[in-house]
Design a protein around this ligand. Structure first.
Ligand SMILES: [Zn+2]
Ligand SMILES: [Zn+2]
Length: 180
């Protein structure tokens, strides 16, 4: 399974983004998430395509790229999703993201954080040489609780609130990593 686009088989599912029902026959995005009731299995949560373009742009773009379903509004959805993805950069600390480069090292253990790995960003003072400013410092999820002094549920709650771009699967991975 992966993220999918399909016509809703019934009118019973509600959109995970806006909580409104998705009409039978309407195209919807199925975001693949871990099934919390069955270890190792996955299930789908559903979004209106227009809602997904705003809140799940990466998942929607992946599904649009893979689907064989004809999506009449594909061009506008892609444009909307790309716009959301680019403005989605979180700015409240702490937040989590996938490392865009492999250059940052962890504030706690001083080991590099690999490109593409999930990292937790916290605010720190940065000495530019001429003045002090505030910027992002990065932590391995496994190093984050010890560094911030939060316990894992508290830190996860803050990170989740500040990281709307994270998928449910990424949040699950983060939750697991924070407690290791
Ligand atoms: Zn919706
Ligand atoms: Zn570390």
């Amino acid at each position: 399974m992966a993220h999918i686009i399909e016509a809703a088989k019934s009118g019973r599912a509600a959109c995970r983004t806006c909580k409104q029902p998705i009409a039978k026959g309407e195209l919807r995005l199925g975001e693949e998430v871990a099934n919390q009731f069955a270890g190792g299995e996955t299930t789908h949560v559903w979004h209106h395509l227009a809602c997904a373009a705003k809140k799940r742009p990466a998942e929607l773009l992946a599904a649009l790229g893979a689907t064989t379903v004809e999506v009449p509004t594909r061009a506008e959805l892609e444009a909307s999703a790309k716009a959301s993805a680019s403005t989605e950069k979180p700015h409240s600390f702490p937040y989590a993201e996938r490392a865009s480069t492999g250059r940052a090292s962890c504030l706690a253990c001083h080991q590099p954080i690999a490109k593409g790995e999930l990292r937790v960003a916290v605010e720190r003072e940065v000495d530019t040489g001429s003045f002090m400013t505030r910027g992002a410092g990065y932590l391995h999820p496994a190093c984050a609780c010890a560094h911030t002094g939060d316990d894992a549920p508290a830190l996860l709650a803050k990170v989740q609130a500040h990281s709307p771009a994270l998928s449910a699967a990424e949040l699950d991975a983060l939750r697991a990593a924070l407690t290791t």
